[in-house]
Design a protein around this ligand. Sequence first.
Ligand code: SF4
Length: 683
Amino acid sequence: MTKTATTCAYCGVGCGVIADTGENAAARHVAISGDKVHPANHGRLCVKGTMLGDTVGLEGRLTAPFIGNRRANWDEATRFVAKTFADTIAEHGPDSVAFYVSGQLLTEDYYVANKLMKGFIGSGNIDTNSRLCMASAVAAHNRAFGEDFVPVTYDDLDEADLIVLVGSNTAWCHPVVWQRIEKARKDRGTKIVVIDPRRTETAAEADLHVAIAHDGDIPLFRALLAEMKGRGEVDEGFVAQHCNVPDGFWHGLNGALGEDLPEAFAALADMVAAHPRMVTVFSQGANQSVRGTDKGNAIINLHLAMGRIGKAGAGPFSMTGQPNAMGGREVGGLASTLTCHLGFSEDEVSAVAEFWQAPATCSTPGLKAVDMFRAVHDGRIKAIWIMATNPAVSMPDAGFVREALEKCDFVVVSDCMADTDTARLAHVRLPALGWGEKDGTVTNSERMVSRQRAFLPAAGEARADWKIIADVAAAMGFGDAFGWQSVASVFREYTAMTLLSKQRRLQLDLTDKAQLRDDEYDAMEPFRWGGADPLLETGFSFPDRRARLIDVAPLAAVETDPAFPLRLNTGRYRDQWHTMTRTGLSARLVRHRSEPLVEIHPADAESFGITDGGLARISTPRGSTVLRAKVTDGQARGTIFSPMHWTDLLSSGGRSNRLTAPHVDPVSGQPGFKDCGAAIEAV
Ligand code: SF4
């Protein structure tokens, strides 16, 4: 068989892909096409997915373990990592070590890493780069529904009459979802609204672009709710039956309509009032804010109050950035959950400890990403293992993170690539399987679990992440609990564990998978847990089965130093992914944007002496970088934008996240990447 059904390596849309290796898989010539029977994409792919075959060569791969610059064998490297972690824990306690993991890991990898850290090392210090992507949406779901549940599926997009995209350049960042939205527009006349301070490529195609002020989402959604209440559009019966409303909630909206609202507010309100079948998609523009959780709740409040949830074509929809952010949420990749959507109550901890036979199971959350690297910097964390991610580029205030890793006693990096900005700071590098070589499951934005399948031989000595972690665990003396012989057996253990979950929908749809034989796991078709729209049948997850409307207040600006008079916003380009370790290998993808640009409004360009195509230095309190300028009226006055992808290895000075601020949302711990004070000058 030369064709393998698998799942795309990139975004949270989770498209099914057919990879055709021809007769000789070892040649690594792979033809890619969309999987016509995969329910997430029905054969569609975007350009990144289509070019996956360009990125599966051996160029730049880490093919053997290294201790420093010395090639080591697996046995030696595994024992060295295990002993250093064990010695550190023995001397300084379990919280002196940490794992920083990734939405690129498969669910089984995540499960094993989480079990080792939270169950056997006994610390909550495992967090994921998904903290940077959707932690605010998780917190908003928990506050509103009593559980982290996404109450919408892609089918709802097909059935909506109005789709409101908040802080999402969907056409570039989730292109196949955008294709689906465009189809709904063609087939049923669905209206599209984009709420974004920038006139993005998506906004340019929308029926209405609501150009809010930087971080203007909360005032806008409060005003929309006040307006709907005033027009009699709130579904009082739904609210009485399904929601708890805090005292003074409606009174607290007085004045919301007097805020400085965008020009398009009245048109938006008319569209919202006229279309009960409304889905609001929110993404990083909402989540990556120091009030990201409140932004999510402001959106959810509107849906709850109007009874637009749990029904076909209606609901608030958090789109995740990464291919397996959702799988990480399920198995406890976030420091703020234990595992399987469980928290840290006495009952939950003891149930998990019993299931794992792990008396050391931690009883408190660990450090979230930004705090984790602060603890590395100040020496509280002395050993860190970074898996499948590049925090020296992707974290906010990335210069600080780089400094932290430079100072750290022991840094392990397991990755498929040999040379990344983070790998250069590692004491030990462990080669991991890449896409096309590894096997396991991922969960996409709509809770669809799909198999990612291997169709290529391993690169050199690379191993599956779950196996690397399990071997280190065994070398630390935990072999009995980490002795799986196959990825299917890890999956069976995880799905059996969902029986403990208070996330009832997860439990319902995953527990029976614990009986799958290896061959059934291999052949497993994509399935969506939580069904289609079960919220109103089973109720919300608070003990009274009612949802919560949440008081949210407008946001005060951070970093208002007049020396940095502009607001810096960051985001993605269409054809690049994260820090370009993979997409940077494809000449066809690089062609779309060959360098990072700083976008600036013409009036600001004139006042700062910036010319289109000229060089400009951007500075923030954390540093400066020089980028080529793009002068465009798609950028709001007083703001600038730069992409997040480039690294120092690819473009000297292109590392935007050396500039971004490490301020976080106090509820979710997600950084406010999209707003910090900045200055600009011509070079
Ligand atoms: Fe891959 Fe996302 Fe493109 Fe689908 S939309 S092909 S998952 S990058």
